[in-house]
Design a protein around this ligand. Structure first.
Ligand SMILES: Cc1cc2nc3c(=O)[nH]c(=O)nc-3n(C[C@H](O)[C@H](O)[C@H](O)COP(=O)(O)OP(=O)(O)OC[C@H]3O[C@@H](n4cnc5c(N)ncnc54)[C@H](O)[C@@H]3O)c2cc1C
Length: 552
């Protein structure tokens, strides 16, 4: 008999959501895949869904966030080693993500041949986010680096086998002695992150070799995540201006490069991921792309990490919603299960709409990267990247707070199981800040719209939903005009929001049941909605929307 048994009976507490297949329960994701990649074999995603939903993996996620990374600047003999130590559970998660091909694997020729490598990986990334999002930072950067790195073909040829392999090796040693590698990025300095033109880190040419023009780098980076990656793309000033450079941790002769890890950041969330401050003490790096064209060069990487921010928040929303549904299905108050209380139904259905719309938009964006040879898809990749990053990430924190509240006080505690909600909540704002904060994304949308065919491409994207909802028809008729007229900076957020809602609605028209589409349009576009979740109009098909979202 436990001590509590002597004073009271424990009841009306819920069984946590463990040992469930996260793919099988995610009908919104399945619908998005069927729409965007009907020929895809989803068996690997189902296997991944089983793995990431397992109790064992959830334990790894908890331990990796509890026993956080530790910086070791020196050996016990006083030598600089600049290493970060992680709990074994972090490495277990990394190995699983690499094995699932969520990093550079997408660019292996056999993956590319499928025609839907980005989409398959995007779905896997969403599922893995439900397990643990913070260690996905180096996974995401290793995925995103390839388009930029390919502009130094010699380096890419040498590193591609390790970047695309399914093996994870955390050791700090020469890349060619490792079965697999990871990569990161360094842009942000103390004086500026959004405006990287303010970078002061300098790179002086010191010769050339098989990897091209070589430089000695002196300076710093104020945010430098996952410093145990094997190499980084960084920005530094050369005689021609800001340039993109490849900087490995270990040099080809086996010596440690001049990269000093100063501190690890003490962050709100994202605890399992080490984010550092670094200095470059004459570090050796090689030019990638053209000297002086560093910003567009590294943005080829930034574009895919922005896709991952949208996917990441979509995964976190799905996770928070599933936990809220699991809880309210088992917990009673005032004589009924919470899920049967009318006002709770309104909250849950509203969250379900938001989660499905986020999934639909981020998966549609992933499709654009698989069709890079199609003109319409090129415009959509350019247009939807800032829109999805801006809008989905903006909705994330609000969503997490509301989902947490569905659990009452248990939602706010840090313990395992229900405490996952606290982790989700702390993770949410990060996706909105890094890789271009909200305003930067909205301003980037204005730049994207300057492409001559943006209005026509948007109209084409919305056309399949024409005639299905009067409010969407009205918005769809206005948007191309607003796009042509060009919003000012002051209106950029509002425009990003309206384009996002219109595209989300048009996607739901094609992928979701009618009641989901109708409720989304009524609330988000038609004005039958308040400022908090849970204010859908009374005619909404609450039960059908909730049923579709149930994780079991
Ligand atoms: C946990 C974490 C990990 C990170 N890891 C990395 C990493 O690995 N590599 C890396 O390079 N960076 C990294 N970053 C840095 C991140 O990308 C930057 O913090 C971000 O780009 C914003 O830059 P900043 O912090 O200098 O803010 P600022 O550039 O000062 O921006 C502050 C605010 O002003 C807004 N703003 C800026 N310009 C304008 C404008 N013209 N009009 C209106 N509003 C504007 C921005 O939207 C933002 O809201 C990380 C950040 C965090 C929090």
């Amino acid at each position: 008999m436990t001590q509590s048994d002597t004073t009271h009976e424990v009841f009306n507490q819920v069984e946590p959501l463990v040992d469930v297949n996260l793919f099988d329960g995610n009908r919104a994701l399945q619908a998005a895949l069927k729409f965007n990649a009907p020929a895809m074999d989803t068996a690997p995603l189902r296997a991944l869904g089983q793995l990431v939903g397992s109790a064992d993996m959830q334990t790894h996620a908890r331990l990796a966030n509890t026993f956080t990374p530790q910086l070791k600047t020196h050996s016990r003999f006083g030598h600089r080693i600049d290493q970060v130590e992680f709990h074994p559970s972090y490495h277990a998660l990394m190995a699983a993500a690499v094995d699932a091909g969520l990093h550079g694997r997408v660019f292996a020729p056999e993956e590319q041949a499928s025609g839907h490598a980005h989409m398959k990986r995007a779905a896997g990334f969403m599922l893995f986010t439900e397990l643990e999002p913070s260690m996905l930072c180096p996974i995401s950067m290793t995925y995103a680096v390839t388009p930029a790195l390919k502009d130094n073909p010699a380096i890419y040829a040498d590193w591609a086998p390790q970047l695309t392999s399914r093996a994870y090796d955390p050791a700090l040693k020469l890349w060619r002695e490792k079965p697999g590698v990871t990569m990161g990025m360094g842009m942000t300095e103390k004086q500026g992150g959004s405006d990287v033109r303010a970078n002061t880190t300098r790179a002086e040419p010191v010769g050339s070799d098989a990897w091209g023009q070589r430089y000695s780098v002196v300076g710093h980076k104020w945010f430098f995540s996952a410093p145990m990656c094997d190499a980084f793309l960084i920005l530094a000033q050369t005689a021609s201006g800001l340039s993109c450079l490849f900087l490995p941790r270990v040099l080809p002769d086996g010596s440690l490069n001049g990269l000093r890890i100063q501190r690890l950041k003490d962050k709100l969330g994202n605890k399992a991921n080490a984010s550092s401050e670094v200095e470059f003490h004459g570090a050796t790096a090689w030019l990638v792309g053209e000297e002086g064209r560093g910003i567009p060069q590294i943005l080829a990487m930034g574009t895919l990490t922005r896709l991952d921010c949208a996917l990441g928040v979509s995964g976190l929303m799905r996770q928070a919603l599933s936990i809220a549904l699991n809880h309210t299905t088992q917990r009673k108050a005032f004589g009924k299960y919470l899920i049967d209380q009318p006002l709770m139904k309104n909250v849950l259905a509203d969250l379900a709409l938001e989660s499905e719309a986020a999934t639909a938009l981020s998966m549609r964006l992933a499709r654009a990267f698989d069709r890079a040879d199609d003109t319409h898809e090129q415009v959509m990749a350019r247009l939807l990247t800032p829109i999805a990053k801006f809008w989905i990430c903006k909705r994330g924190s609000h969503f997490a707070q509301e989902a947490m509240e569905c659990l009452g006080g248990n939602g706010y505690v840090e313990e395992s199981g229900e405490g996952i909600m606290a982790r989700i909540y702390r993770e949410m704002p990060l996706n909105s800040i890094w890789e271009g904060a909200g305003n930067i994304m909205a301003l980037d949308l204005l730049r994207a719209l300057r492409k001559a065919d943006a209005a026509a491409a948007l109209a084409q994207e919305l056309a399949p939903a024409k005639g299905m909802h009067p409010a969407l028809d009205r918005l769809a008729a206005q948007l191309p005009i607003r796009v042509e007229e060009m919003a000012t900076e002051l209106e950029a957020r509002r425009l990003a929001q309206d384009v996002a809602l219109a595209v989300q609605a048009a996607l739901l028209a094609q992928t979701a049941p009618l009641e989901v589409f109708a409720a989304f349009c009524d609330s988000r576009i038609g004005g039958h909605w308040g400022y908090s979740f849970g204010s859908l109009n009374a005619a909404t098909a609450f039960d059908r929307i909730i049923e579709r979202a149930q994780p079991r």
